[in-house]
Design a protein around this ligand. Structure first.
Ligand code: NAP
Length: 499
């Protein structure tokens, strides 16, 4: 029987929730070594939420020691592949079984609609763990070509201890993108979630142990970036940092790796993705893609289509269609309302930053077509309505900076050459799209837009089989797909001589 997800149902889930806010180290909860905590303010209503351990270098040391001990003991990496697979699949099942609770934890932390947390974030987190679990007993090593008296094995071996540092916009999904391949490859992990969104990570670790993952293989340390993320990235006994977050912090991570033990880094960073629309395109489809591509998750999406590069002849028509789609389909409501499509921004400080960027853009001459204002302030939460600015040029701040709010910059063009130049005129290269009925042109654009993913006549379609990540200052290394496992492994040659 399908559940009736009413507002009352979600209120009852919320009132029954007792979020755990301590670290998860060596299979058990642990308060911060300093005894310090911090309080998360809920973005949906501005009220105090969970109390979390405020980690520091001592907690990071303990988590890394636990991860190292688990790795060296071989308790996970040397287990039969079929056994490992069963544990990962059970973990995925437990995530699904606790979906409502996990969805609520994500919503109180992040402010996104609880139905989206359940239908998108929980689902994709479980799918991610399952995808890599299923790979475990299907990965083969290689035998290299040699002369007749030798045999050279090329083994793919785990790196050891992985530090994962993740952001707050899709916590559970991005955690799974790191945890799935890192753990499937046989590594141990210390995860430092964003200070704003630690609750789902702690619960994921509890469920992993319940599924049979040995203690120490997956640890969570909560706290602030400078106090926990930095010591993790500087740690001499961490073999790799898998980071998702801003380009600014990504650069620091590279520096920490260089200052410490030359650990590897994989960086999934920011974006300012172009969506190019030609006058021959299906404008209805383009409007739906542009609105959802930019406004889903309140614009707090790294690959959001924040730059609409539109042929001048159809700009007004397209903007009218985007406004109609936004007003009719993308309901901004309280996150516990099952009808909500988008909810609150992550915190007051971030909302104020978004509003300040909008104000600065208007000072530069950006012309507002609709929206992009603070709304629902009576709730105490941090809500900004989706909005569009038109007749922009690509040098204006709203077209260049990652806003991470529901703000779309429409930049008109006249020729194909000009459209491509604008699309690539950015420091980022995470994603892009082209809308046209001319398939030769679509092919040219898909080849020439410098981005990790390019969509043709759609936006944000993906599955686990496709790699995700950026070019340029959007980072390097890929999450998702079978290729994601490679970065958590190294090749080891074993040469055997006969005769
Ligand atoms: P952020 O400020 O860069 O933080 C990301 C993570 O790094 C958080 O856990 C943060 O901890 C930690 N951190 C901050 N300073 C640190 C330091 N000095 N050393 C080590 N760790 C540190 O990013 P965010 O605001 O959470 O997320 C938004 C950004 O992430 C956007 O730029 C977005 O484009 C990007 N993003 C990229 C992708 C992708 O796949 N390419 C996906 C999602 C998001 P605290 O929370 O405690 O500061």
């Amino acid at each position: 029987m399908t559940k009736n997800y009413t507002r009352d149902y979600w209120e009852s889930v919320l009132s029954g929730l007792k979020p755990e806010g301590r670290h998860f180290i060596d299979g058990a909860h642990r308060a911060a070594a300093s005894g310090e905590t911090f309080i998360r303010i809920r973005p949906m209503d501005g009220k105090p939420g969970a109390e979390l351990a405020r980690g520091n270098a001592a907690d990071v040391d303990a988590a890394v020691a636990s991860a190292r001990a688990a790795f060296e003991s071989g308790i996970w990496r040397k287990k039969e592949p079929l056994e490992k697979k069963k544990i990962m699949l059970k973990w995925a099942d437990l995530i699904r079984a606790h979906g409502d609770e996990l969805a609520m934890l994500e919503t109180i932390d992040v402010g996104k609609p609880v139905m989206a947390s359940l239908g998108v974030d929980v689902r994709l987190c479980a799918d991610g763990i399952q995808f890599y679990g299923e790979m475990i007993d299907k990965m083969y090593d290689e035998i290299a070509p040699t002369g007749p008296n030798a045999r050279a094995l090329v083994r793919k071996v785990p790196l050891g201890v992985i530090g994962a540092i993740t952001p707050w916009n899709y916590p559970m999904i991005i955690d799974a993108w790191k945890l799935g391949p890192a753990i499937a490859a046989g590594n141990s992990v210390v995860l430092k979630p964003a200070e704003q969104s630690s609750l789902s990570a702690i619960r994921l670790a509890e469920l992993a142990v319940e599924a049979g993952l040995p203690a120490g293989v997956f640890n969570v340390v909560t706290g602030y970036g400078e106090e926990t993320g930095k010591p993790l990235a500087l740690h001499m006994d961490v073999d790799m940092i898998a980071f998702t977050g801003s380009t600014e912090v990504g650069k620091l991570i590279m520096g920490y790796a260089a200052q410490s033990n030359v650990k590897r880094v994989a960086l999934e960073l920011g974006g300012k993705s172009p969506l190019v629309v030609f006058e021959d395109a299906d404008l209805d489809a383009a409007a739906v893609a542009a609105a959802w591509g930019c406004f889903y998750n309140s614009g707090e999406t790294c690959h959001a289509s924040t730059r609409l590069i539109v042929q001048r002849s159809v700009q007004d028509k397209l903007i009218a269609k985007i406004e109609a789609v936004t007003r009719s389909d993308i309901a901004l409501k309280h996150p516990l309302d099952p009808a909500a499509q988008i909810g609150a921004l992550i915190e007051e400080e971030h909302m104020n930053k978004v509003l300040a960027m909008i104000a600065a853009g208007e000072k530069e001459g950006a012309r507002r077509a609709f929206g992009a204002e603070r709304v629902m302030s009576e709730t105490g939460g941090y809500y900004v309505s989706p909005g569009v600015f038109v007749d922009m040029t690509n040098d204006m701040s709203l077209a260049r900076q990652e806003i991470f709010g529901p703000v779309l910059a429409a930049i008109p063009f006249d020729t194909e050459e000009e459209a491509l130049k604008i699309a690539n005129d950015t420091i980022y290269g995470l994603a892009g799209a082209v809308f046209t009925r001319d398939m030769d042109r679509a092919h040219r654009f898909s080849e020439e837009i410098h981005a990790g993913t390019v969509w043709i006549n759609t936006y944000d379609m993906s599955n686990f089989a496709t790699p995700f990540g950026g070019f340029k200052q959007s980072g390097f290394g890929r999450d998702r797909s079978v290729h994601a496992i490679d970065k958590y492994c190294d090749y080891k040659t074993i040469w055997q001589q006969f005769g």
